[in-house]
Every structure is written in C-alpha cells, then in structure tokens.
Design a protein around this ligand. Structure first.
Ligand code: FAD
Length: 304
C-alpha cells in the first residue's frame, strides 16, 4: 500500500474533511465518479451507457450501517430499484454491500434482507452482485453468499486479488459454480492479510481469473489496468472463451474510452454506476487509488 494511498484514506476519515467534502464534493468533482444523488440522474447515465453497447450494475450507495431501521430502508430502496430498472427497460442489474444491509448488526438479519432482494431480482429476471468489503468481513460475506447461492442462482460475489486468501477462497467456492467479479481490492489492508506490492496484486489478479475460468465459472474482470485488459484479450482469444463466460467491468467515470473500445470490439462490458447521497466513502476510495484525482479536485476548488 503506497504512502499516498494510506495518507488520503486517513485524512479523508477526519471529521472536518468529511463535513467539507460532503457539502461541496459533488460540485468539486465527485460527480465524475458518482452518477447522481437520485434514480432519475442515475437512469439517465445508464441509458447513455446502454446506447453505447455497455450494460450497467447500479449501486445505491451506503455502507457501515449500525441501525436496523436504516438497513431495512436500504433493503426497501433496492426492492424498489429493481422494479424501476425493470419498468425503465434499461439493461442493468444491481450491486450492494452487506454492511449496508446490516452485516455489522446481525449476519442473520443481513442475510434475510439480502435474500428478499435476490428473490425479488429472480422474479424480475435480474441479478444481484455482493460487493466485497474490508478483510474483517470476508468470512461473513462468503458465508452469506454461500447460503444465498445454495438457494438462488441469480447472485454473485466479488473477490479481491490483494488478499493472500483469495485463491483458496475461489477453490473452496468452486462447488457453487459462482459468478465472480475479480477486482484488486480498494481498502486499507495490513501486510499480514494482503500483498503489499502492486506487482504481486496484479499477478494474483491474473492467477485468480485463470483459475475461475478453468473451474468453469463466469468470471468478471473488474479493472481499468490496460496491461491486464490486454492480457485478458489474449486469453479470451487463445482459449476461445465465449461471451457468456466473462465480462469486463469498470467504474463509472474511469477510463470511458477503454470501456467503449472494448464494447466496440464485441466484448461484454458492464459499468458500475453508483448513485445516492452516501457517496463519501466510495469517493475517498477512488481518490486514494489515484492521488492525481486529489489534484483534480483541488484544481476545481481553486477555479474561480
Ligand atoms: C466494476 C468494479 C467493481 C468493484 N468492486 C469492488 C469491490 O466489491 N470491492 C473492492 O474492494 N473493490 C472493488 N473495486 C475497486 C478495485 O478493487 C480497485 O480498487 C479499482 O478498480 C482500481 O484498480 P484497477 O484494477 O483499476 O488497477 P490500478 O492498477 O489501480 O489502475 C490501473 C489504471 O486504471 C485507472 N484508474 C484506476 N483507478 C482509478 C481512479 N480511482 N481514478 C482514475 N483512474 C483510475 C488508471 O488509469 C490506472 O493507471 C471494483 C472495481 C470495479 C472496476
């Protein structure tokens, strides 16, 4: 983990910074990474993506919920969102975080909330992706995914290549034929659980992708790393991987040209479209990944 990344995540966690940025952030440039604060804005962005041959996954932003009523309210937003997606005709599924659904309150309660969403999605022919959060929550997240997947087919999980454990997790999950999104990982993790060197994270990303493909499960490559994208293009071509067995996935606002390029080559491309008022933690992770983004925000701040 780079010094800058650690510094940004630490400063962003302080109260005065949080207050200032949540007040002015969307105007300062957070809007580059967040599709808006409500459904009307988000669906407009999804329509634009769809018109370019790119599908989407919608994330109603929120995490670390410590109150049952808030978790239930978030669940209800997702139940409603699935209906709105279906009614609007856009090509999008949904992604969610378990701490938004009450994981830290009670895993059983969280499971029931997510189960309601996955069942609703199943009835509408849609799909729910469970995002992966920080490492103290990995076991509980996998456990809830296992229970849901044993009952319903339309749910997938995320794994993070920065964690040493991930290769084993993928092998252990193989019996479920899981639809996995492989990403590098966005949280502040210690070297006893995560590769400190970026080169090792990148190598492990490729290892995990190959493993999941060889195990016969759908594999979604969530990265903007052009070297990995080029490597994947070769693997897909050489191994003759059909378009129903993989997706390229990227974040809203990041490498849009590459997104379009891949779609124009005929690859399935899905963009993660976050929206809602609780955008601050998501936004700080995007800043920390790329310190240049902080300068982009600062230059907006200084602009007359
Ligand atoms: C669809 C999707 C879903 C994700 N879900 C999760 C999840 O559930 N859990 C989790 O921990 N993480 C998740 N992530 C985030 C992921 O773990 C990485 O933190 C993030 O994608 C940056 O890594 P990278 O693979 O793009 O590679 P990097 O090596 O970090 O970056 C490669 C290139 O991508 C571009 N880039 C990367 N990040 C940024 C940025 N913030 N701003 C501008 N340009 C950038 C730059 O051009 C950079 O050179 C997700 C990412 C994607 C794309």
């Amino acid at each position: 983990m780079s010094f800058m990344r650690k510094a940004i995540l630490t400063v962003a966690g302080s109260r005065p910074v949080t207050r200032f940025v949540t007040r002015y952030g969307l105007r300062l440039g957070a809007g580059r990474f967040v599709a808006g604060e409500d459904w009307d804005q988000a669906v407009g962005q999804v329509r634009t993506l769809n018109s370019r041959g790119i599908i989407a996954t919608l994330d109603y932003l929120g995490e670390s919920v410590s109150d049952r009523a808030m978790a239930e309210a978030a669940r209800d937003v997702y139940l409603d969102l699935l209906g709105q997606v279906a009614a609007s005709g856009v090509d999008a599924n949904v992604s969610l975080k378990l701490t938004q659904m009450g994981l830290d309150i009670d895993p059983g309660f969280c499971h029931e909330n997510v189960r309601a969403i996955v069942r609703q999605a199943a009835g509408l022919g849609s799909f729910v992706r469970i995002d992966m959060e920080d490492s103290p929550r990995t076991d509980a997240t996998i456990d809830i995914f296992r229970r849901l997947r044993a009952e319903l087919g339309n749910v997938g999980l995320v794994v993070q290549s920065y964690l040493y454990r991930t290769e084993k997790d993928v092998r252990d999950l193989a019996d479920l034929r899981p639809n996995l999104r492989v990403c590098k990982g966005a949280y502040l993790e210690k070297p006893d659980v995560a590769f400190p060197r970026k080169a090792d994270v990148d190598e492990n990303f490729k290892r995990v992708v190959l493993l999941n493909l060889e195990l016969g499960s759908k594999t979604c490559l969530a990265t903007h790393d052009e070297r990995i994208v080029n490597w994947a293009r070769g693997v897909i071509r050489d191994k003759g991987i059909s378009a129903d067995r993989y997706e390229f996935q990227m974040l809203y606002g990041i490498r849009p040209q590459l997104q379009r390029q891949l779609a124009s080559e005929g690859h399935p491309v899905r963009v993660y479209v976050p929206f809602g008022k609780q955008w601050y933690p998501y936004f700080t992770r995007r800043l920390a990944e790329r310190p240049a983004n902080v300068f982009f925000i600062l230059s907006n701040l200084l602009r007359p």
